[in-house]
Design a binder for this molecule. Structure first.
Ligand SMILES: NC(=O)c1ccc[n+]([C@@H]2O[C@H](COP(=O)([O-])OP(=O)(O)OC[C@H]3O[C@@H](n4cnc5c(N)ncnc54)[C@H](OP(=O)(O)O)[C@@H]3O)[C@@H](O)[C@H]2O)c1
Length: 283
C-alpha cells in the first residue's frame, strides 16, 4: 500500500490516478472529510487527517511500502510539518519516501522553495530511504485562465513577456512520481521534472490562439503595490517576481528518462484538455 498526502489537491489526485493505472493500492490522505468521488473512483482508501498532527498521521502510515509526501502549497509550516512527518514515517517503518519538491528549491528569493530545500536537507540527514521529485511549474496552472483568454483574446502574464517557463504537464509529473514510488534503483536520487520547451508568455499566447481558434495577445500583468505580508500572497508575488527576473526553465532529459518517452508539450496539454471555447486544431 502506498500513502499519498494532500491527495485532495491537484497534484495528489494526479498521483493517485497514476498509481491506480499501475494497479497499486493507495491510501489517500485528505484534509477534510467531505465526499471525494474523484479519489474513490480510483479505488483509493480515503482518510481525512490533519498533516500538521504527525501523531494522527503515523498510524495511517503503518504497513506502507511507500509514502508520497506532498505538502500543501504556500504553507508557512512546510519545513517543520514535513520533517515531523518524515520522523513519523520512520517510526511507522515506511519502506521508502518520495518527497514532492520543486525545481530549483535552493532559490532563496522564494520562501516556499527554500522551505522545500530544507526538507530535502532533512531527508538526506535522516535514516529513511528516499527519492525526490523536483517539478517545474505545471502547464495545468494555466487551465483556469483559458475561459478568460477565450473571451478576451488576452493572456495576462504576471511574469512579464521576456522570460520563459518549462511548463510540465501534471500527468507527466504524476507518472514520474509513480515510477519513483514503485521502481528499484532510484534511492537517494533527486529528479527534475521540467517540460520539453522553454515558453515565453507570447509563445503561450500563440499556442492558446491556435487551440482556441482566435488571435490571442500576451499582456504584461505587472503586479500592483508592495510585496504583501501574508505568507501565501507573499510567496506568490515573490515567485512571479523571480520568474520575471530569471524565468523558470530546466531540461526535460531527466523526466523523459524516468518516463521512457518524450515529455508532453504544452500544445499536447491543450489538445488533451477540454477547454471552454476551444475550436482550433493544434498541430
Ligand atoms: N503548481 C505547481 O506548478 C507546482 C510545481 C511544483 C511543485 N508544486 C508543489 O506541489 C505541492 C502541492 O500543490 P497543490 O496545488 O497540488 O496542492 P494544494 O491545492 O495547495 O493542497 C493540496 C491539498 O492539501 C490539503 N490540505 C491543506 N492543509 C492540510 C492539512 N493541514 N492537513 C491535510 N491536508 C491539508 C487540502 O486538502 P482538502 O481538499 O482535503 O482540504 C488541499 O486540497 C505544493 O507543495 C507545491 O508547492 C506545485
Amino acid at each position: 500500500m502506498i500513502v499519498v498526502t494532500a491527495a485532495g489537491g491537484q497534484t495528489g489526485a494526479a498521483v493517485v490516478r497514476a498509481l491506480w493505472s499501475r494497479g497499486e493500492r493507495v491510501r489517500a490522505l485528505v484534509g477534510s472529510s467531505q465526499p471525494r468521488p474523484e479519489l474513490t473512483a480510483l479505488s483509493a482508501d480515503v482518510v481525512a487527517t490533519d498533516l500538521s498532527n504527525p501523531a494522527a498521521v503515523e498510524p495511517l502510515l503503518a504497513g506502507a511500502s511507500a509514502l508520497y509526501l506532498i505538502w500543501p502549497n504556500f504553507d508557512p509550516e512546510e519545513t517543520a510539518g514535513a520533517v515531523a512527518l518524515l520522523d513519523a514515517a520512520q517510526r511507522a517503518g515506511v519502506g521508502r519516501v518520495v518527497y514532492h519538491s520543486v525545481l530549483r528549491p535552493q532559490a532563496r528569493s522564494m520562501p516556499h522553495h527554500a522551505a522545500k530545500d530544507r526538507v530535502e536537507e532533512a531527508l538526506d540527514a535522516g535514516g529513511l530511504t528516499w527519492r525526490v521529485l523536483q517539478p517545474c511549474a505545471y502547464a495545468d496552472n494555466l487551465d483556469g485562465q483559458v475561459a478568460d483568454v477565450a473571451a478576451t483574446g488576452t493572456f495576462r502574464s504576471p511574469w512579464g513577456l521576456e522570460q520563459a517557463q518549462s511548463l510540465v504537464d501534471l500527468r507527466d509529473v504524476a507518472e514520474a512520481a509513480a515510477v519513483l514510488l514503485t521502481e528499484d534503483g532510484l534511492d537517494g536520487g533527486t529528479f527534475e521534472a521540467a517540460g520539453p520547451q522553454p515558453l515565453t508568455a507570447p509563445r503561450i499566447a500563440d499556442l492558446l490562439g491556435e487551440r482556441l481558434g482566435r488571435e490571442v495577445r500576451a499582456v504584461d500583468a505587472v503586479p500592483d503595490g508592495p510585496v504583501p505580508d501574508g505568507y501565501a500572497a507573499r510567496c506568490s508575488r515573490l515567485m512571479f517576481d523571480h520568474y520575471r527576473a530569471h524565468g523558470f526553465t530546466g531540461s526535460p532529459r531527466v523526466l523523459e528518462a524516468l518516463l521512457g518517452r518524450p515529455a508532453r508539450t504544452f500544445a499536447e496539454h491543450l489538445r488533451d484538455h477540454e477547454l471552454p471555447g476551444a475550436t482550433g486544431e493544434l498541430r
